[in-house]
Design a protein around this ligand. Structure first.
Ligand code: GDP
Length: 313
């Protein structure tokens, strides 16, 4: 498959950087990339000018304000507003400048809180949302609807993919913003290096999460870019979920730390479970390559090369 040019929006983020790695590894040389300093995607005029000039053939939209459960609770206004701004600008400019194929990213957290498990694509908008990330979810649902509207009204090939919880190299290890995998990698590493005998885990430990390595998601995005041409949303998950308690056990084993777990019940659990039914994607012929163990080990190796691994004793 060849495309004249592909704009990867948000190429410095967890997903965007993995998308760039995957596209390059698969022979795509013609990528258009802009850092936040070069192009502020919240600025409508700047985004429309950029698209009018560059006229990319394909857009993969990995640009979003994202964060773990704490960041979503602390900054609801920014999570809804900035995501609406970014996606409205990027999707509408893509339409106006004649982009052939547009790939939008939803999330498993935008399905109803009590959706039947595993969650099929049909569950979208069938019930109330999880309160801790409702502003983010409302923005993402609006993005999906805008892509579907362009598809229905103008026949555009704008697709939307729903990943499960993601982790991997490029993750954010700042405790105020991080998701659970990088947060626990850092906490367990700190406990080991400092010789501490306990680790503070947020919530009850019983919520279940489906964790997909970001390199697998990036591969799924490329696969769907090449092979999927429907405005119907499509799930992209790992296929299994585990409890937070089981996740800490895996991370502790990989890092080699025997500290006891203390569960902080003052912190929110978030949604109890969000396991995706990814059978549509599997039936198209794609499946993830990395096991959770391999993926966490590889992410820990990456973490060790960041400044977050330097623990002050
Ligand atoms: P969520 O999937 O949107 O809920 O986002 P997170 O990845 O931030 O959190 C997933 C689950 O892990 C929630 O139940 C958290 O309470 C739990 N958790 C346990 N310890 C931590 C931690 O140190 N940081 C984060 N972000 N979550 C944690």
């Amino acid at each position: 498959m060849t495309y004249r040019s592909i704009f990867v929006a948000g190429h410095r983020g967890l997903v965007g950087s993995a998308v760039v790695r995957n596209l390059r590894a698969n022979g795509y040389a013609n990528l258009i990339l802009r850092s936040r300093d070069e192009l502020d995607l919240r600025n409508s005029q700047a985004v429309h000018d950029f698209f009018a000039l560059e006229k990319p053939e394909v857009v993969i939209d990995a640009a979003a304000r994202v964060g773990g459960i704490k960041a979503n609770v602390d900054f609801p206004a920014e999570f809804i507003l900035e995501n609406l701004q970014i996606q409205n600008n990027v999707i509408s400019a893509s339409f106006e400048s004649g982009v052939e194929k547009f790939v939008f990213l939803g999330s498993s957290c935008i399905y109803p809180k009590f959706a039947p498990q595993p969650i099929s694509e049909d569950a979208l908008l069938s019930g109330v949302l999880e309160s801790t990330n409702e502003p983010y979810a409302i923005a993402k649902i609006a993005g999906i609807k805008l892509c579907q509207a362009y598809a229905r009204e103008y026949g555009k090939n704008f697709i939307s993919i729903m990943p499960s919880n993601l982790y991997g190299p490029g993750d954010d290890f700042d405790f105020d913003k991080s998701h659970v995998v990088p947060a626990l990698i850092r906490k367990v590493h700190q406990a080991k290096v400092k010789g501490e005998d306990q680790i503070l885990v947020w919530g009850s430990g019983s919520p279940r999460r489906e964790l997909l390595h970001v390199d697998d998601l990036a591969d799924a995005l490329r696969f769907l870019l090449e092979n999927y041409h429907s405005p119907d949303i499509i799930n992209a998950g790992y296929g299994e979920d585990i409890t937070i308690r089981e996740l800490v056990a895996i991370i502790s084993e990989i890092i080699g730390c025997k500290a006891r777990l203390i569960f902080d019940h003052t912190k929110p659990d978030g949604t109890p479970r969000k396991l995706l039914d990814s059978s549509r994607l599997r039936n198209l012929g794609w499946r993830p390559r990395l096991t959770l163990h391999e993926g966490v080990r590889q992410t820990y190796d990456w973490f060790l090369r960041t400044s977050y691994a330097d623990v002050v004793l």
